[in-house]
Design a protein around this ligand. Structure first.
Ligand SMILES: C[S@@+](CC[C@H](N)C(=O)[O-])C[C@H]1O[C@@H](n2cnc3c(N)ncnc32)[C@H](O)[C@@H]1O
Length: 246
């Protein structure tokens, strides 16, 4: 169902800022697997962790759900009749595809029809009664000045003992370290079949919209908000995942 990502294979006359439109939605699984080191591990572990921390009669949230990979991972792992996963994205193109994929996967799910897809800006939604909140590679697309407020609202909507899984691309303060990790990321993309032109054009279109922060910034902010425990549990090249427990 997913097509190969060739969106940047030919020289583009004009490089416009990256958006999650229909063209991206059509190739998204191929794009993210070939671009994000460790993506499959993080999605699988999102399911494993959510099954352990899910509390009966609460909600799971998948914020910036794209095609619903993390939602599906949770839905497959959690066997609870009361399970409702609220999967939010502001790209209708992504959600249209996500719904089609869910239909195809329905037989593999433990609980039928447990994912509610909502088209909205995650800055505008109300988070409540949550025991699991997954935000895999979405915060990096939120304006930096809105990140503290958004994470605080998520925290307010979480039950005691609930978890936030936060996965992000990282940046580094030290120039030398930043350069090496960026190079290593490009080696990963090259090994996955992207040409130098594809890597360069994609980088130019995404650098104004994907704004990474340091690991220390992420941890400090989650601690300042009040999370009881914050741990980095995964890193592959400059892509990382944290768990924050309320
Ligand atoms: C890199 S993708 C996330 C991948 C996805 N979580 C997964 O695990 O496959 C980022 C997603 O966040 C969505 N997004 C970005 N900003 C958003 C916002 N303000 N509100 C809702 N969704 C947003 C984009 O449309 C896109 O689908």
């Amino acid at each position: 169902m997913s097509q190969a990502d060739t969106l940047y294979a030919k020289p583009l006359a004009k490089l416009v800022d990256f958006t999650f439109d229909e063209k991206v939605a059509n190739v998204f699984p191929d794009m993210i697997n070939r671009s994000v080191p460790g993506y499959a591990n993080i999605v699988a572990m999102s399911g494993i962790l959510s099954a352990e921390f899910f509390q009966k009669n609460t909600y799971c949230y998948d914020l910036g759900c794209s095609l619903g990979a993390s939602s599906l991972s949770m839905a497959k792992a959690i066997s609870e009749p009361s399970l409702t996963i609220i999967a939010v994205d502001n790209s209708q193109a992504m959600l249209d595809k996500a719904k089609a994929l869910l239909q195809a996967e329905q037989s593999a799910l433990k609980e039928a029809s447990c994912i509610d897809f909502i088209c909205a800006d995650i800055n505008d939604i109300c988070i409540r009664n949550a025991s699991v909140v997954v935000m895999n590679f979405t915060l990096q697309f939120i304006a930096p000045e809105k990140r503290f407020g958004l994470l605080s609202r998520i925290y307010q909507g979480m039950k005691k003992g609930a978890i936030l899984i936060l996965s992000e691309k990282l940046m580094y303060d030290k120039e030398e370290q930043q350069r090496l990790l960026i190079d290593m990321h490009h080696f990963f993309k090259k090994a996955n079949g992207y040409s130098a032109l594809e890597i360069s054009q994609k980088r130019q279109t995404i650098e104004n919209v994907l704004l990474p922060e340091t690991l220390e910034t992420h941890k400090q902010r989650l601690n300042d908000i009040g999370f009881k425990q914050v741990e980095q549990w995964f890193q592959c090249v400059n892509f990382s995942s944290l768990i924050a427990i309320k």
